[in-house]
Design a protein around this ligand. Structure first.
Ligand code: C5P
Ligand code: ZN
Length: 506
C-alpha cells in the first residue's frame, strides 16, 4: 500500500467516528441541520456535496454561505443555535477558528454539537510540521476532521470539498458519485499543481474514483481556455506568455489565420479550442512551439511543459458549456460566490441545469467585466506600492472586498508585469458595514518554496499589531480583516515577518 492510501485509510476510519457523532446528535435534534460554508468554488462544492448527501439520507438541512467564519458570524451562529438547537456542519472553514467555535458555541455553559470538515491550517498552527497538530487532533476528535492530522497537506492534496466527499462516503458509499464535485472544489482552490496540471495526494484518489465511474475523462490538451474565442484564449492566457502575441487578440487572430485554420464558425462566431479538430490542434501546437523557440529563443521542452496539460472533462455535460471542463465549472461557481449568489452555485453543483444555471451564466458575464475593469485600473494607475519584502494595493472604490482576493490571486498566477513575483502581495478593500479593510495575501509558489507562509505572516502580524481578529489560510493564500487606522502598522509588520521567514530559510 502506498503512503497516501495508508493515510486515506486512517482518515476514513476517523471519518466513520465523525459520522457516528453526527448521526447520534442529529437524532437528538428536531431542527434541520445547519450547514455553513465558504463562498468560493471549493466552499460551494462542499455545500453541494453535503446537501446531496443529507438529501439522500432524508435529513433536512439549510445551507448558509459566508465570506468568512469571522468572530461576529460565530456569535450570530451562537445566538441562532440557542434558539433552534440545530446541529451544525462547518465546511471549508472552521479549523482556523476551532478555538473560537469551542468558546462561543455553548448553551447554558454546555458545548453544543457541531462538526468541522476543513482543510485549512488549524488555529495557532504555523505550518504542516508543527507538532501541536497532534494535540489538536487528540483534543478535537471526533467532531473536527482535518487533513493535517494525517500528514496530508491541505493546501495541495485535498480541498474542503474533498473532506466533505469523504464524510459523504462515510454516510453512504453510494455518495462516491460525488467525486466529480469534489474535484471541482479542488481545482477551484488550484490544487492541480502536479506536473501537467495533475492532482496529488487524496485528490488523486478522488480522481481515480471519478475515472472509474466514468464521470471524468482526462485529455491531453493545449493549455488555453476551451470556451473563449481561441485568439483571446491564447492572447490572454495566464500560463503561456508569447512576446509579440500575448495581450493582442487581433495579432493572434492573424497568426491563426496564417496557419490555415478557418477561425469562423457557421454562426459567424470565432472558434474556441473545443471547436478545433485533432489535426488543427496539432498544427497549432507545432506553430506555437516554433514561434517560441525560433522567435523567442525558449527551450522547446520548456514551452511544451506549459503548453500541453491534462484537461479534466465531465463526460455527462454538454461540450462547450461552462460545465464541461472542471476548470470552467469552478470558475462559474466562483463567479456565483463572488457576486453574492452562492446559492446559485450550490444549486448548479447539486445538478440544476435550468434556472440557476441560466442565471449564473448571465452573472458570469457581469463578473468577468468587473474583474477586467479592476485589472485595467490597477494596470493603468500605478496602484501597487512596494515595501522591501512585500507589495500591496488599496482597492479604493474600484475593487470591492469580495473580489480583492481574486484580483490578488490573478496578479500572482498570471505573473503580471505590474508586480514582483518574488514578494507576497497584499490587497485590501474597505468593508461597507464595518470600519475595517478586508485583507488578502497571496504568494507565488517560488517564494512559498523558499519558506514563505502567509497563514503565519497574517496571524503573527495580527498579534504584533495587537489585533484580536481571526486570520489565516494556507501558505500561498491567506486573509483577515484589519481596522482602517491599523492598516499601515499591520502591513509593516507583515513586511518584517516576511523578511524573517526568508532569512530563516537561508
Ligand atoms: O479571504 P481570502 O480569499 O484572501 O482568503 C485566502 C485563504 O485564506 C482562503 O482559503 C480562506 O479560507 C483563508 N482564510 C482563513 N481565515 C480568514 C481569512 C481567510 O482561513 N480569517
Ligand atoms: Zn478550500
Amino acid at each position: 500500500m502506498n503512503d497516501i492510501k495508508e493515510k486515506a485509510v486512517l482518515l476514513m476510519a476517523d471519518m466513520e467516528k465523525t459520522k457516528d457523532f453526527f448521526l447520534q446528535n442529529y437524532k437528538k435534534t428536531e431542527s434541520p441541520v445547519s450547514i455553513y460554508t465558504h463562498l468560493d468554488a471549493d466552499g460551494l462544492s462542499s455545500g453541494a456535496i453535503l446537501g446531496k448527501a443529507l438529501y439522500n439520507e432524508h435529513i433536512p438541512f439549510q445551507i448558509t454561505v459566508l465570506k468568512q467564519l469571522e468572530l461576529n458570524e460565530i456569535k450570530k451562529i451562537a445566538r441562532k443555535v440557542k434558539e433552534y438547537h440545530n446541529l451544525i456542519i462547518f465546511s471549508d472553514f472552521g479549523s482556523g477558528q476551532y478555538l473560537e467555535l469551542s468558546k462561543n458555541l455553548k448553551v447554558n455553559g454546555l458545548s453544543i454539537p457541531y462538526i468541522i470538515l476543513d482543510h485549512h491550517l488549524p488555529q495557532q498552527i504555523r505550518d504542516k510540521s508543527d507538532e501541536e497538530i497532534k494535540d489538536i487532533y487528540e483534543e478535537t476528535r471526533p467532531w473536527h476532521i482535518n487533513p493535517y492530522f494525517y500528514g496530508i497537506n491541505g493546501s495541495i492534496e485535498v480541498s474542503g470539498a474533498g473532506m466533505c466527499y469523504y464524510f459523504a462516503k462515510a454516510l453512504n458509499v453510494q455518495n462516491k458519485k460525488l467525486a466529480s464535485i469534489a474535484l471541482v472544489g479542488a481545482i477551484g482552490d488550484i490544487q492541480n499543481k502536479g506536473e501537467n496540471a495533475s492532482f496529488n495526494g487524496l485528490n488523486s484518489l478522488i480522481l481515480k474514483q471519478a475515472l472509474e465511474l466514468e464521470q471524468v475523462e482526462i485529455i491531453n490538451d493545449l493549455n488555453f481556455s476551451s470556451i473563449k474565442p481561441l485568439n483571446e484564449a491564447i492572447a490572454y492566457s495566464s500560463s503561456i506568455k508569447l512576446a509579440g502575441l500575448s495581450g493582442n487578440p487581433n495579432k493572434m487572430l492573424k497568426f491563426l489565420l496564417k496557419l490555415g485554420v478557418i477561425m469562423e464558425k457557421s454562426d459567424g462566431q470565432i472558434k474556441t479550442l473545443n471547436d478545433l479538430s485533432k489535426g488543427e490542434k496539432k498544427k497549432l501546437t507545432s506553430a506555437l512551439i516554433e514561434y517560441a523557440t525560433i522567435k523567442l529563443d525558449i527551450e522547446p521542452s520548456e514551452i511544451y511543459k506549459n503548453l500541453i496539460i491534462n484537461r479534466y472533462i465531465l463526460k455527462n455535460e454538454i461540450v462547450g458549456s461552462e460545465l464541461h471542463d472542471l476548470n470552467e465549472f469552478s470558475n462559474l461557481l466562483n463567479s456565483c460566490g463572488r457576486t453574492n449568489n452562492g446559492s446559485l452555485g450550490i444549486a448548479i453543483a447539486m445538478g440544476d441545469r435550468r434556472i440557476a444555471y441560466q442565471k449564473a451564466k448571465d452573472n458570469l458575464i457581469k463578473y468577468k467585466k468587473s474583474i477586467m475593469i479592476a485589472l485595467q485600473w490597477l494596470n493603468e494607475n500605478k496602484i501597487i506600492q512596494q515595501k522591501e519584502y512585500i507589495q500591496f494595493f488599496d482597492g479604493k472604490d474600484m475593487i470591492k472586498e469580495i473580489i480583492v482576493g481574486t484580483i490578488a490571486s490573478m496578479l500572482i498566477l498570471d505573473e503580471s508585469s505590474i508586480i514582483d513575483i518574488n514578494k507576497p502581495i497584499f490587497g485590501y478593500a474597505k468593508r461597507e458595514e464595518e470600519a475595517v479593510y478586508k485583507v488578502s495575501g497571496r504568494a507565488h509558489q517560488i517564494i512559498v518554496d523558499k519558506g514563505i507562509n502567509l497563514s503565519e505572516v497574517i496571524r503573527k502580524a495580527l498579534e504584533m499589531s495587537s489585533l484580536e481578529v481571526l486570520g489565516g489560510g494556507h501558505p500561498p493564500a491567506a486573509g483577515t480583516k484589519v481596522p482602517i487606522d491599523k492598516i499601515n502598522i499591520f502591513l509593516e509588520n507583515c513586511n518584517q515577518i516576511v523578511k524573517n521567514q526568508l532569512e530563516k530559510e537561508k
